[in-house]
Ligand binder design. Structure first.
Ligand SMILES: [Zn+2]
Ligand SMILES: [Zn+2]
Length: 357
């Protein structure tokens, strides 16, 4: 095996470079993967452009670090592993695996209580020097990582979609969908499509998908939406009320990151409804909080990452129920990571963009 590899290295916002770096060496209890595919996340794009959530501002410290490689949505083949890691993860050399994006510390209060997805140090692949990501030919799996064996016979980009899908499924679990529910999913990007698929697996009365792009709404139907509404053409608050006898939706899952999607959800929910927020917003969002309290007594819940949902995400991808060829719209070589980031920004012409190192 070569001693150096190509990797995208973060030097700072808008300064990512393709470099030749040493191939990591797997130590005791670790494993080395040959990367087969790595998805580019909207969060990768936000980090690239210097968003405060990653690089800090007057209200918060920086979380992202320079001199690491991005990429937290990946799959690859095990090329080096010792007996300890093999026993822990149930995988052997040659297996295709995925690793959860968070590498928990297993020591903090959250990890101790099973809420490892909220781990206090919060080291995620692709954002920290402790956990370099997979926009590289090889990626190291630390002993603390959560590794799952993945189907070896599917296109690697499809398998790497397990990461965003695990997040979508977690948001769906937070929503606690009932059979009689009208569920509205806002946003039909990679995350929203996964939310629709997850909600469909819960078999509610109806799933309504919202987006501004007809081609995304088309895809939403293939993922399980019963009704689609183009927010640029329809008064969705009124339309949802019309469909529900004037009451409004039972559940609203927000996956757009657009400020207007927040009051939209509060307004189209019925009293005692459930609002699940998954998005990351560029700026603070202002809403009338009395809708949450006095008007409707809503349940407003956050959702982050994919706690205990990775096995289901992998099963769903393997089941063939998702239009994976359309969801995984673009695969580019590692050298074209810049073009990949541009394609993610151009969401009218892409869904999930992946790099194939
Ligand atoms: Zn992601
Ligand atoms: Zn922890």
């Amino acid at each position: 095996m070569a001693s150096t590899m190509k990797a995208v290295v973060v030097h700072g916002p808008e300064d990512y470079r393709l470099e030749e770096v040493p191939v990591p060496v797997a130590g005791p209890g670790q494993a080395l993967l040959k990367v087969e595919a790595v998805g580019i996340c909207a969060s990768d794009l936000k980090c690239y452009h210097g968003a405060a959530k990653f690089w800090g501002d007057e209200n918060r410290p920086a979380w992202a670090e320079t001199m690491t490689s991005p990429g937290h949505e990946f799959t690859g083949r095990v090329v080096a592993i010792d007996a300890e890691a093999s026993a822990r993860w149930g995988v052997v050399e040659g297996d295709r695996v995925v690793a959860e994006q968070i590498v928990p510390c297993w020591k903090c209060r959250y990890c101790a209580r099973g809420d490892y997805h909220m781990c206090q140090p919060h080291d995620m692949f692709g954002f920290k020097r402790r956990t370099p990501g997979a926009m590289a030919e090889y990626v190291l799996l630390p002993a603390e990582a959560l590794v799952h064996k993945a189907p070896g016979d599917l296109p690697p980009a499809h398998v790497a979609y397990a990461e965003p899908l695990s997040c979508s499924l977690h948001a769906v679990e937070r929503a606690d969908i009932r059979f009689g529910d009208t569920v509205v999913v806002a946003g039909c990007g990679p995350i929203g499509l996964g939310m629709i698929a997850g909600a469909a697996a819960k078999f509610p009365e109806r799933i309504i998908a919202l987006d501004a792009l007809p081609q995304k709404l088309e895809l939403a139907r293939k993922c399980g939406a019963d009704i689609t509404m183009n927010i640029t053409e329809v008064d969705v608050v009124q339309a949802v009320k019309d469909l529900t006898g004037g009451y409004g939706a039972d559940v609203y899952i927000e996956g757009t990151g657009h400020p207007a999607a927040v009051p939209q959800g509060l307004n189209l929910l019925r009293k005692l409804g459930t609002f699940v927020e998954y998005s990351v917003f560029k700026d603070p969002v202002t809403v009338d909080w009395s809708i949450i309290s006095d008007d409707k007594e809503l349940n407003v819940l956050g959702a982050h990452l994919g706690q205990n949902t990775w096995p289901a995400a992998l099963r769903m991808i393997a089941s063939g129920r998702l239009p994976m060829d359309e969801i995984c719209s673009h695969q580019l070589p590692l050298e074209e990571f810049q073009k990949g980031l541009d394609l993610v920004a151009d969401s009218a012409n892409s869904v999930k963009v992946s790099l194939i190192p």
